[in-house]
Design a protein around this ligand. Sequence first.
Ligand code: SF4
Length: 113
Amino acid sequence: MKELTCIVCPRGCRLTIDDDLNVTGNSCPRGAIYAKDELTNPKRMITTFMRVKNRKDCVVSVKTSSSVPKGMIFDVMNEINKVGVDAPTHIGEVAIKNILNLGVDILITKNID
Ligand code: SF4
């Protein structure tokens, strides 16, 4: 038996998961999906910064388009740190497509002229 707090939305339901991965305490189906993923293949969204190559001392905020396996977070961060983007940047632009073949894009989250 495991207990988790669902982090999918601010309600923060307390989840209980039995040995057969049956979930109780969730107020919606997303909580059950989260609990099963968390115990079998935990994932996280990444928000960070990326270098802007054609501006001095400038970075732009970026995020993953969906969550990545927890064990891949440092690899994804290393890849983001290797690559830079050129300004101008626009919110929603893809900075890195399908990073490390995870099926996840790195998206720009700030406009820079
Ligand atoms: S179970 Fe549903 S309602 Fe409860 S915190 Fe998770 S997403 Fe929100």
